[in-house]
Design a protein around this ligand. Structure first.
Ligand SMILES: NC(=O)c1ccc[n+]([C@@H]2O[C@H](COP(=O)([O-])OP(=O)(O)OC[C@H]3O[C@@H](n4cnc5c(N)ncnc54)[C@H](O)[C@@H]3O)[C@@H](O)[C@H]2O)c1
Length: 357
């Protein structure tokens, strides 16, 4: 088992990564608060992993709340149901919420824990690759409103993150690949060595070899942990994690969130951001092709769909929340492994990249 620390000044916490961690009794003994436990999961994940988790927890008062599967359930209605569940079971400040699932469950369960009695303990047990390397780490929790995604939320750091690599074996192909896009992002923005390691292990990563996955998740988690520790509330360095995301969000919006998983849109966005970086001379030639080649090898999309409206994507990018009031701020790269915030993108360069497919 590997260990990564999220070195926050106040309340640092561990991330455990390995095979079978879900049922590791000593981890649970170390991290559960003394009171009753509520495990929040969904209809897909619970049948697969709830029993193992409960075996790991052992002799405790454990309650379960199972929500339907889907982003459309990351809502105030589900949050209210969960808060009521905690109150009905008599949860106190001594209780623990466990989030067993992907990012949707993690965000919703985290927000439930953040808001019940002004904050009780949450342990994240992420079961998607994306959740293991990204959403379970860093304390961002929230729900979607009719007016937009993640509009209500809170920063609430977990007490521990328990990533069980065995859960990755049951992930659908597309979900796995979408997680790989977020993994590759860390290489692109802050670690060329990691990028080359991913490239060299591309096939064993494709076949989900446990040993390689443990190292991959450990290295990616360490990147997320380092960024969070340096910038807990997302004012500086954490913004670099949005590499590929402004392009990606525009694509997701233009396709009404129907065509791409988030990670797939980010894959296209990372290639476009690299192409723009090369075009304006920020980055030497070759980075975009290298990114594109590896992402394609993992069956991720790397180009804007034929027939897309470049002007519409351009307009949507101006609306992105990262555009702020002082114009579009894009995360671009100086080289593979080195990202920067760039504020002076000319409209003509951006449009050219959006058209040049
Ligand atoms: N809090 C953050 O910092 C942060 C960061 C990035 C994304 N997010 C949020 O994360 C969410 C996306 O997370 P996601 O990509 O994990 O999606 P998800 O939670 O919807 O999971 C994807 C699918 O995989 C299924 N699944 C989960 N684990 C499985 C397993 N082990 N085997 C088989 N199927 C499994 C789920 O039931 C679901 O159908 C979004 O709501 C996004 O806003 C949050």
């Amino acid at each position: 088992m590997k260990l990564v620390q999220v070195a926050l000044d106040k309340d640092p916490y561990p991330i455990y990564i390995g095979s079978g961690t879900i049922k590791n009794r000593s981890l649970w003994q170390r991290h559960l608060a003394p009171g009753p436990v509520l495990v929040i999961s969904n209809e897909t994940v619970a049948p697969m992993y709830m029993d193992s988790l409960k075996r790991g927890i052992g002799n405790r008062e454990v309650h379960e709340a199972i929500i339907p599967d889907g982003e459309e359930y990351k809502t105030a209605v589900c949050w209210k149901r969960l808060i009521d569940h905690l109150a009905d079971m008599g949860a106190t400040r001594d209780s623990t919420v466990i989030a067993l699932g992907g990012g949707v469950v993690g965000d919703l369960a985290g927000f439930t824990a953040a808001t019940y009695m002004r904050g009780i303990r949450v342990i994240q047990v992420p079961t998607t690759l994306l959740a293991q390397v990204d959403s379970a780490i860093g304390g961002k929790t929230g729900i979607n409103l009719r007016q937009g995604k993640n509009l209500a939320g809170a920063f609430h750091q977990p007490h521990a993150v328990i990533s069980d690599i065995d859960t990755i074996s049951t992930l659908p192909e597309r979900e796995y690949a979408a997680g790989l896009a977020e993994v590759l992002k860390y290489g692109a923005i802050r670690d060329a060595g990691f990028f080359h390691w991913l490239d060299a292990n591309r096939d064993t990563i494709n076949s989900r070899l446990t040993k390689v996955l443990v190292e991959m998740v450990q290295r990616a988690s360490a990147h997320k942990a380092a960024v969070v520790a340096a910038d807990e509330k997302e004012s500086g360095e954490r913004a670099l994690l949005n590499y590929g995301h402004t392009f990606g969000h525009a694509l997701e919006t233009a396709t009404q969130y129907q065509q791409f998983l988030h990670g797939e849109a980010v894959a296209i966005g990372m290639v476009l951001a690299a192409r723009l970086s090369e075009r304006i001379g920020l980055c030497g030639a070759g980075a975009a092709d290298a990114l594109q080649e590896l992402l394609s090898h993992w069956n991720l999309p790397t180009q804007i769909p034929a027939g897309s409206d470049a002007q519409q994507l351009f307009d949507l990018m101006q609306l992105d929340k990262k555009a702020k009031h002082d114009g579009l701020r894009l995360i671009l790269i100086n080289a593979l492994g080195k990202a920067c915030i760039y504020k002076d993108t000319a409209a003509s360069d951006l449009l050219a990249v959006l058209k040049d497919q």
